[in-house]
Ligand binder design. Sequence first.
Ligand code: FES
Length: 162
Amino acid sequence: MAHLQEAAVKQINAICDRYAEETTPLMMILSDIQKEYGYIPLEVQEIVSARTGISVAEIYGVVTFYSFFSLKPKGKVVIGCCLGTACYVKGAQNVIDKFSEILGIKAGETSADGLFTLDALRCIGACGIAPAVQINGKVYPKMSVDAVPKLIEEYRAEAEKL
Ligand code: FES
């Protein structure tokens, strides 16, 4: 979406119009755009702002606050390590550090080959099975540092086929 094509602009305007009757449409608009395009860069935020009258600053604040929105394209495999309190006390920092070490990226980054994105998440509602990791929507319970290398290789093999 680096240079938005006319069709993409029309589609984004159509998404905005879908919620024109809502009093607080922003989350719905951004969710639809995230699902449709996989990310919400600044130029898209400007289109949403022009269509809805909501300031770019407010839109940017929402996009950067919630981890399920993204300013940049995400990898084929999106790894979310929960760093909420329950997971943290069970060693989640060591788990995310291991992902980071093997993938060569920090939380919030995508690998150069476009295969992996690593995210640090707040509580994902799985505190009873802490530390929890979510990969492409699937939750892995009681994740250990030792389990990380094999998991990465499994997902790498799948992602390279795509
Ligand atoms: S703190 Fe990690 S799932 Fe709740």
